[in-house]
Design a protein around this ligand. Structure first.
Ligand SMILES: Nc1ncnc2c1ncn2[C@@H]1O[C@H](COP(=O)(O)OP(=O)(O)OP(=O)(O)O)[C@@H](O)[C@H]1O
Ligand SMILES: [Mg+2]
Length: 512
């Protein structure tokens, strides 16, 4: 057997699957795809073991993400894509078969079938599409403390505030609610709170309020509130059994890393909290791709990072795969990196000493191969080619394979504004989630309470004055009593199924 034959046999046996799998592309030796049956397959069964798509700019990461999403959708696995650069909407429409695509597919030895996929467009800010929101109550004080990077004392204060609202059936829906309560507990409500829960330091609430302001400056007020998102809506299939490709449009989020990490953590925690334990499944329930993943790790505090690591580790058993897409694999924290089953590494560039160090480290993180010099391969891969290693059905790393990635079958370009509008118009989710609801919550209830207390105090003062006047009739004519109107009744509103999933929110189940 010559070298080529033995390589083909090595790939064929290394990537053999009994169950269902997706095909990333064709294995290459010495820069040439072998064709035939030397295909690089990833078993669906191990797609919940997380992954990484890395590579320098323009090397093909986004197209790989598109290819993997298409394949998953076809196999009935819904995906959620964080579209930071806004270049993924083309998944909704069939691609055009250009000569370079025909050629690529012929080399790999796969047919090309031009097709679009079922797409929902989503947003956490001002973009068109299904609005994803979460309430402060759902978020819970533990997670919020992590996001705001509060110390133990401040975190404790936040927990008391949540407890107070829970005890008094005051929904905390948006930032307005939370800010109001934080003010109330050290001002008008000070005596009441002290009696029930002990003293709350105004310094702590001051810090929390200041940090909330920072979050607000990154548009977090758009994200907190109702109608809060039901994660089951991310796991839909179309009538042909294809998984939905949910594209979260985040082009306006690049300069808002705090909002992005807040959202990501909330999403992961929510998915973790809501999904039942699944054990070993034939295929994942949902795969989440985080493009430009360095954005969630940038500016994240140590505690927040630990939190993300923990959830990523745990979420696997719920049948959820998380894939990080980033330029440099070193952007992803070591602890997360070590948990990743599928690695698709596009070319890296060796401009500086730091680059060379990164390449060396990256190469060392791949299985050893008799057929390649990994560090050399890393800098010489062509566009749309990548070093791949996956986990086979037994959970053992597959042989390292330089892979020519198949071409996306959907459009490689973005949708026009008209096409985007048309998708949104026909979406059921848009009508479900896009109404603005501001039902009575902590903000309104506390205002009413303060108003009522003020009125009672005034009435009391007036009564005292009248009494005094009775005793001293000569001064009675000079008093006037101001009466406020428009007092709302304090009603218990507990209608939404999403309201308060336990005082501590979703995170209670994850961390103790
Ligand atoms: N699998 C593929 N099939 C066909 N063409 C590809 C493939 N991968 C990459 N290309 C070509 O390379 C170009 C760049 O790829 P892509 O946009 O995926 O790079 P990227 O790594 O995401 O870049 P950036 O870091 O700038 O986001 C594509 O526009 C396409 O022309
Ligand atoms: Mg890209």
């Amino acid at each position: 057997m010559d070298r080529k034959e033995s390589f083909a046999a090595h790939i064929k046996s290394g990537y053999a699957c009994k169950g269902d799998s997706i095909i990333i592309g064709g294995a290459m030796l010495d820069g040439v795809p072998l064709g035939g049956e030397a295909l690089v397959r990833v078993p669906l069964k191990t797609m919940n073991r997380h992954g990484l798509i890395a590579g320098a700019t323009g090397t093909g990461k986004t197209k790989t993400l598109q290819v993997v999403s298409e394949q998953l959708s076809e196999k009935g696995v819904p995906v959620l894509l964080m579209d930071v650069k806004g270049d993924l909407s083309g998944l909704a429409k069939p691609g055009e078969e250009k000569p370079f695509i025909t050629e690529r597919m012929a080399k790999i030895g796969l047919p090309f079938e031009s097709k679009g996929y079922p797409v929902e467009l989503m947003s956490i800010s001002r973009q068109n599409g299904v609005r994803l929101r979460a309430t402060i109550s759902e978020f819970g004080p533990v997670l919020l403390s992590r996001i705001l990077d509060l110390n133990d004392t401040q975190g404790g204060v936040l927990s008391v505030v949540f407890k107070y609202c829970d005890d008094h059936q005051m929904p905390l829906l948006d930032l307005k609610d939370l800010k109001k309560v934080l003010q109330y507990v050290t001002e008008e409500g000070k005596a009441e709170i002290e009696k029930e829960y002990g003293k709350i330091s105004a310094t702590s609430t001051g810090v929390i309020l200041r940090k909330l302001l920072e979050l607000e400056q990154q548009d977090a007020d758009l994200f907190f509130g109702e109608e809060s998102f039901d994660i089951a809506d991310l796991m839909r299939k179309d009538k042909d059994g294809r998984g939905y490709v949910n594209i979260l449009r985040l082009t306006d989020i690049q300069d808002k890393p705090k909002l992005f990490s807040t959202f990501m953590l909330c999403l992961l925690a929510e998915v973790y909290g809501e999904m039942p334990e699944r054990g070993d499944l034939d295929k994942p329930e949902l795969v989440i791709f985080i493009d430009e993943a360095h954005l969630i790790f940038k500016e994240a505090s140590k505690t927040l990072l630990t939190q993300i690591e923990t959830i990523v580790k745990l979420i696997r058993s719920k049948g959820i795969g998380v894939f990080f897409v980033t330029q440099n694999p070193m952007d992803v924290p070591k602890e997360v990196l070590s948990q990743l089953g599928l690695k698709i590494q596009h070319a890296l560039r060796a401009f500086t000493a730091v680059d060379r160090q990164a390449i060396k480290l990256t190469a060392e993180n791949f299985p050893i191969s008799d057929f390649y010099k990994t560090d050399e391969v890393l800098t010489s891969l062509g566009t749309g080619e990548a070093l791949v290693t996956a986990l086979n059905e037994k959970g053992i790393p597959t042989p390292l394979a330089v892979t020519m990635v198949r071409a996306p079958q959907s459009r490689m370009d973005i949708l026009s504004p008209e096409e985007i509008d048309s998708i949104n118009r026909s979406s059921n989710l848009v009508s479900k989630y896009n109404q603005v609801i501001d039902r009575e919550s902590a903000y309104e209830m506390l205002n009413a309470k303060i108003e009522k207390a003020g009125r009672l105090a005034e009435e009391e003062a007036a009564r005292k004055q009248q009494e005094a006047a009775r005793r001293q009739p000569e001064r009675a004519g000079r008093t006037t009593t101001r009466r406020r109107t428009g007092v709302h009744p304090v009603v218990k509103v507990l209608t939404s199924a999403t309201f308060i999933r336990g005082v501590f929110g979703v995170m209670n189940k994850v961390i103790k």
